[in-house]
Each structure stands twice: as C-alpha cells, then as structure tokens.
Ligand binder design. Structure first.
Ligand SMILES: [Zn+2]
Length: 446
C-alpha cells in the first residue's frame, strides 16, 4: 500500500483524551503495529465509514509517560481507507523493552470522529532468543549462559532490592526490565548510535529499562552492574516528583556504593586525585558529570566515597532521610542541613578531612576551591583532600613564599596594585616626554 509518512507535528503533552468516542458510523477493520528492531515500528490501519473518511491521525507514546506524538497520516478519502505510518527508530530512538501505547483518531465528512481503543506494543529486541525470569517487579532477560546465569542475575537483583529496602526504605513500585547482552558488540546494536564509546550499559529510569553487557560467567560484572542500575531505578521511583531532583552525586554515589565489592578501587582513585590536587568540588557534581572518561571516572569514585562517608558518619537512617527529603523536592542545601546539619561545602570539607588518613599531603600551589566556568574543558584544580581548618592552624602553611603570598591576595588587592603601578609608569613617561620636548625647543610658541 502506498502511503506518505508525515513528519510528526510535535511531541506534545496532552491531557488524557476522553474514552473512545462511540461513532458507530466509523468502524476499525484492522489495527496493528509491527516492531522491526532496531530500525522501525510500522503502524497500520484499515477502517470504513458510512460517509467518506477524510482524516486519520495516529497517536503513540511510551506507555510509562503521558507524552504522545501525533502524526497526520496521508490517506485517499473514501468509505474504506488504509493508512500506515513507519516510525524510524534510528532517528527517534527507543530502547529495547519500551512499552508503546497507540491509537487512531478517524474523522469522516459528516463530522463524526472515532477514537480507537488504546493498543499496546512491546518494542522488543528480536535479534536474540531471550530467556526471562521475573521476581518482585524485576524481569531479567538473557540469551547466553543458560538457567544458571539467569538465576545469578535474578538473585543479584533480589539481593539488591532487599538491601535498598533496608537502607533507603524504598522498593520497586513499577516493573523494571533488565536486558543483559552477552557482549558489548551485541549491546551496541540496541543503543543509540551516538552513545559514548566507553559506556558499558545504559538505563532509562523513567521507562523502567536497563541494558547491560555481561559475559556469562563474569560474576564480578553481575555484582557490579545489577546493583548499580537497580539502585538508580529504585531511587528514581522513590523520589520522582515534578518539582525537584536528586543531586547527581547522590544518585551515582548510591549506585556505586551498592555495587558489591570492597570499593578499594574507588578509594584508591580518590586518593590519587587528592594527592594530585585534582578532586572535584562536590557542588560541581550536583547537576552533571564531565564526559571526559578520566574525569567522569573520578566523579563516580568521589560520589561513592561521599555517600559511604555519610553512611559511616551519620548512620544508615541518614541515607533514608535524604531520600525522603529529595522525594519531597527539598532543595539540596536544605536537605543536607535538615538531615546532617551540614551545608554542601561543609560536607565536602568534612569528607576531605578524612582523606588525611590516607597519607595525602597538602598541594603547595593550591588553587581556589571553585570549579572553572567550563569544567568539561578544564578539570578543576583543588588543594588536597586534607584541608586544614584555618582556625586551628594560624599562620602561613609550610613552604609558603612571596609568590604564593601574592597569588593568595584577594582579587581586588592584586588588580588595585597593578593599576597603581600602571599610573606611576604613565606619569613617569609623560614627565620624560615633556623634558625632552623642552630641550628640543618644541614648546616655544612662534
Ligand atoms: Zn549510574
């Protein structure tokens, strides 16, 4: 059948449409959607009416969200019409496992409008023969490694849910699907084309979807990826609200903290950065992480260490209390003050003070404790993790010299001094010029 796919009008947030109107004069003969993973979804309709059908619209969207895309589908008006629309999922990316809801709106020349009943479609990755196991709102899907691997995956998932329930008091209220590919190459075919190179998995908490690559038998990766990604899903479901979000360092820090392992790798990474004076201010990790792999890695490690510090210092209830505060859209500063009695900077400083125990030495050329304007192009440079309390350590730090004292002056003092020097130089040059001109007799008036 010939049809013209029409550019979608807009991704519009629509109020839920009224229940399908009973326009008996318009009848749906067939309606279906066929996924062709990972390239497209084809929607097809056949309908008839007592008067000529003059317009057909397709409405579709992710079932979990209330956003619908509306497409004006080209038809040849008549008592019987066929309409179809091909959604290019290479252009409008959808992750595997997305639930799609769709329906048609059909209008005839007599002014009748029929809204068809909503239909569901699972946009599944049909390239592999998946096995699946479900427990407590989690479904894991895998295709290599047999039942034993599947059991390992679902066990890791339920263990994580138990721990999250105990610690942050939250569970999964909505279903989550976890697609485990046997290799990164297999997984890449399911991810967006421009996904960054080093990504080993992806998650869409708003859709309840996780995609990861774990080779069967790699138990360390199971214990790393499943708890990490499930933590994101549970935290998202527990805190989702239209008014405020969770700081990135808390979300990722909790996820990395939940990975099963001793965490020594992250502590070492943070200690190395502290020695090099390259820790990132906690405040700069609230909104987003750098895309540079090394800086991104450090961001995850630092976030993990701060969450571990909160847990160890303020007790398990503190993580639960923070989660509750974020669920109520409490701003970050207020949430920390109410829960821990500390500001973001104070929490950052408290945590850095603990790094002294790792043998971290102060960095001589300490820079200001602020992130540069663009922390993606220039990693922030900080003092070390062991920040001395100024009140407890009066006087210049060891190794102080004039250069560091001058650079330590406030900006207004440095600029003012420079301006005075310039003025003095200009005055000297002017006086010299006047003397020279007089000697040459230039100033004599004729
Ligand atoms: Zn993460």
């Amino acid at each position: 059948m010939r049809y013209w796919p029409i550019v979608l009008l807009a991704l519009a947030l629509l109020a839920p449409l009224p229940a399908a109107a009973q326009a008996a004069s318009i009848r749906v003969l067939a309606s279906l959607a066929r996924p062709d993973f990972p390239g497209a979804i084809s929607f097809e309709l056949a309908a008839e009416a007592d008067a000529d059908i003059v317009a057909v619209e397709l409405l579709y969207g992710e079932t979990r969200s209330e956003a619908f895309t509306i497409v004006d589908v080209d038809i040849t008006p008549g008592r019987q019409v066929e309409a179809s629309h091909r959604l290019d999922t290479q252009v409008y990316y959808l992750p595997p496992g997305t639930d799609i809801t769709y329906r048609w709106q059909i209008s005839d020349a007599a002014g009748n409008v029929l809204e068809s009943e909503p239909q569901q479609l699972l946009y599944h990755d049909t390239r592999f023969d998946w096995s699946e196991r479900s427990e407590r709102n989690v479904t894991v899907l895998w295709y290599e490694g047999g039942e034993r691997f599947g059991q390992e995956l679902i066990d890791s998932a339920t263990n994580t849910l138990d721990r999250l329930q105990r610690q942050i008091g939250a569970d999964l209220d909505l279903p989550v699907r976890i697609y485990i590919y046997a290799s990164i190459a297999d997984m890449r075919g399911a991810l967006e084309a421009n996904e960054v190179e080093w990504v080993g998995g992806s998650a869409w908490p708003n859709l309840g979807l996780i995609v990861g690559a774990i080779e069967p038998g790699d138990s360390a990766e199971v214990r790393r990826i499943i708890p990490h990604e499930l933590s994101h899903q549970v935290l998202h479901q527990a805190t989702d609200n239209p008014y405020g979000g969770v700081p990135r360092w808390f979300d990722e820090g909790l996820a990395v903290y939940y990975e099963e392992g001793d965490g020594g790798y992250y502590a070492d990474q943070v200690a190395d950065a502290a020695r090099a004076g390259q820790l990132i201010p906690l405040e700069a990790l609230a909104a987003s992480f750098p895309t540079d792999p090394q800086q991104a890695g450090l961001s995850y490690a630092q976030s993990r260490e701060v969450v571990a510090f909160i847990d160890a210092t303020y007790g398990a209830d503190s993580l639960r209390a923070l989660t509750t505060a974020f669920a109520a859209a409490t701003p970050l500063e207020q949430a920390l003050e109410e829960t821990l009695g500390r500001s973001v900077d104070e929490l950052d400083a408290d945590w850095r003070a603990t790094l002294g125990g790792l043998g971290v030495q102060p960095t001589p050329d300490a820079a200001p404790q602020t992130a540069p304007d663009d922390r993606f192009s220039e990693p922030p440079v900080l003092p070390d993790g062991a920040q001395p309390d100024p009140a407890a350590q009066p006087g210049p730090p060891p190794g102080d010299d004039w250069a560091t004292r001058i650079t330590a002056l406030p900006a207004w003092a440095s600029i003012g001094g420079l301006a005075l020097c310039c003025l003095a130089l200009v005055a000297l040059a002017g006086a010299g010029l006047l003397v020279g001109l007089r000697l040459l007799g230039v100033d004599k008036r004729v």
